[in-house]
Design a protein around this ligand. Structure first.
Ligand SMILES: Cc1cc2nc3c(=O)[nH]c(=O)nc-3n(C[C@H](O)[C@H](O)[C@H](O)COP(=O)(O)OP(=O)(O)OC[C@H]3O[C@@H](n4cnc5c(N)ncnc54)[C@H](O)[C@@H]3O)c2cc1C
Length: 529
């Protein structure tokens, strides 16, 4: 059983910091929201590592947006709904597709340089998109370019304070109001309270739940876990997207081979060099992600291998020009994508579920808002359409700033100075576990039992093991970021596993071997905790 607060504290004895708005996270969602808020008050960005360290920084393929005459928000909407396996929130998708172009134009005004050809933006095709609508930067470094542009802007703004190496542990709540967060300040190794009229979580996903992941180390789902402990509703957590093609190289972290490589014509081949996607879907390599990931997984099982090949030797554009970073990475491992097949395997990639928000980024707690990958806005349904997540961070971040402007009267009436809060649970001083080792065991358990293909026995086994580990971890004091992350991962693992066990059907990224069909009659509904 997860405790309400991870640590014992008494607010009256903690150092307190005040601002108008707290933004937790410095990926696309956090940085863009901060810029949209700065004309409304002082913004403090809290981030647990360096400013740029985020999933955003590693995004490769690009950002999906309907620009130009050959495309339209309606077509983008159609594709998103279809990929989402009849499970998206239609209104949220409409907001995403129609407000997306304006946000991307603003991103460009803020200094993001997308690739151009003869003065026009270059767009590429990705799986399950009817049109080539993916804007990209420096070939395959879109996220890094967006982070560069946005972080340069926030650093220049006097009304935005950036606090690096601040680990947000829990939200501080009383009577359904969120007053801010409790943090571990890694700069001076102290617990502190950051209080604000509104708190915005933009803390990213939980790819680190799995041993094979494309996500950076920071993606431990802290914000989702903390919001849940504080009483925020979370939903759709069984829907974890596994990316079909992460570079397979033993001992090397899983490096993403962007969907855009298949968009440019690369072919998946089995270990004998035979193409196989035609056996699984008429759209072959450009079928929705969940289908391609499962096809690769099954092919690997069939051939008893840990990988398949991606053959990019025939693509129209020169690989080293179109995908310079992927090219460099492959070459560093002795693979030349212009001549060799690239060994690839699926890896966890995106958390479709998260903190439940409405169309304005509002959670069920007053003064707590959320945007980006830590949320479940309903735009991704059971399976995110490629390159929609960067866009989601922009669109819903902007909406939070808009709604906060209309709620300023209420927010200004909040008295932060008078807040009294504390937590005192009896906890042992000594720990009988190694947090790093347990994190790895948990990641392996999730990969093997709650992964791409699931079934009741495996899920029950995982559920019992997670409970056992929780009782060990939560009975002792938690004192370091590594332990806080482990606690968050264990809390989320429980929710993901329970949801996956409950959902007795297969839909989008959630595939049950014992319930292989989609069951709209019983399961066209969301699991909310
Ligand atoms: C390798 C890779 C490639 C991708 N390619 C694409 C793509 O081409 N197109 C696309 O649309 N999407 C892509 N995605 C997905 C996309 O990058 C993410 O969904 C998106 O960037 C999420 O943005 P965000 O701002 O919500 O979160 P993030 O960018 O993950 O930022 C989260 C922030 O929260 C901070 N944080 C987390 N926990 C805490 C805590 N406890 N205390 C303080 N701070 C905390 C983190 O340090 C980080 O700064 C890719 C993802 C990966 C991993």
């Amino acid at each position: 059983m997860t405790p309400r607060y991870l640590i014992n504290f008494d607010l009256s004895s903690l150092e307190r910091k005040y601002s108008d708005f707290l933004v937790v996270g410095s990926g696309i969602a956090g940085l863009y929201t901060s810029l949209k808020l700065l004309d409304k008050g002082i913004v403090t960005i809290l981030t647990k590592n360096k400013l740029k360290e985020s999933s955003t920084e590693y995004a490769q393929g690009g950002i999906a947006v309907a620009l130009g005459n050959e495309d339209s928000p309606r077509l983008h909407m159609e594709d998103t709904l279809k990929a989402g396996a009849n499970f998206c929130d239609r209104q949220a998708v409409e907001v995403l597709a129609t407000e997306g172009p304006g946000c991307v134009e603003e991103l460009i005004e803020l200094g993001t340089k997308f690739d151009k050809i003869e003065g026009k933006y270059k767009t590429t095709l990705e799986a399950a998109h009817q049109r080539p609508r993916i804007l990209h930067a420096q070939g395959d470094a879109t996220g890094a370019e967006i982070e560069r542009a946005l972080s340069e802007k926030v650093i220049k703004e006097n009304k935005i304070q950036i606090k690096e190496n601040i680990f947000v542990i829990d939200i501080l709540t009383k009577d359904n109001f969120c007053y801010g967060v409790m943090v571990w300040d890694n700069n001076d190794q102290k617990i502190k309270a950051y209080l604000a009229k509104a708190t915005i979580f933009a803390s990213g996903g939980a790819g680190q739940l799995y041993s094979n992941t494309t996500n950076p180390e920071v993606a431990t789902g802290d914000g989702i876990a903390a919001a849940f402990r504080g009483g925020a509703k979370v939903t759709d957590l069984e829907f974890i997207q596994f990316h079909p093609t992460a570079l397979f190289y033993p001992g090397s972290p899983k490096f993403l081979i962007s969907e855009a490589v298949r968009g440019e014509g690369a072919i998946l081949k089995d270990i004998k060099g035979e193409p196989f996607m035609a056996f699984y879907h008429p759209d072959k390599e450009l079928a929705p992600r969940d289908i391609v990931a499962r096809a690769i997984f099954l092919q690997m099982k069939k051939n008893k291998t840990n990988y398949v090949y991606l053959d990019a030797t025939q693509i129209k554009q020169k690989f080293s020009k179109r995908f310079p970073n992927i090219y460099k990475k492959c070459l560093s491992l002795g693979i030349n994508p212009e001549k060799d097949y690239i060994p690839v395997a699926p890896a966890s990639h995106y958390t479709m579920g998260g903190i439940k928000t409405d169309l304005w980024g509002k959670t069920n707690l007053f003064n707590l808002y959320a945007c980006g990958e830590c949320t479940s806005t309903g735009v991704h349904g059971a399976n995110r359409l490629a390159s929609n997540s960067l866009l989601e961070g922009l669109v819903f971040g902007k909406r939070i700033a808009q709604i906060i402007a209309t709620e300023s009267k209420l927010l200004n009436s909040i008295k932060l100075e008078d807040l009294k809060l504390s937590a005192h649970l009896s906890r042992k001083k000594d720990k009988i576990y190694n947090p790093l080792k347990l994190r790895k065991e948990l990641q392996n358990l999730m990969w093997n039992r709650v992964g791409i293909i699931r079934q009741a026995n495996d899920l029950k086994e995982a559920k019992n093991k997670i409970k056992e580990w929780q009782s060990v971890v939560f009975s002792a004091e938690l004192t370091t970021p590594l332990e806080f992350e482990l606690a968050n991962l264990l809390g989320l693992a429980e929710l993901v596993t329970n949801s996956a066990l409950l959902r007795e059907e297969s839909r989008g990224a959630h595939y049950r071997l014992d319930f292989p069909q989609k069951d709209d009659q019983h399961w066209k509904k969301h699991i909310i905790y």
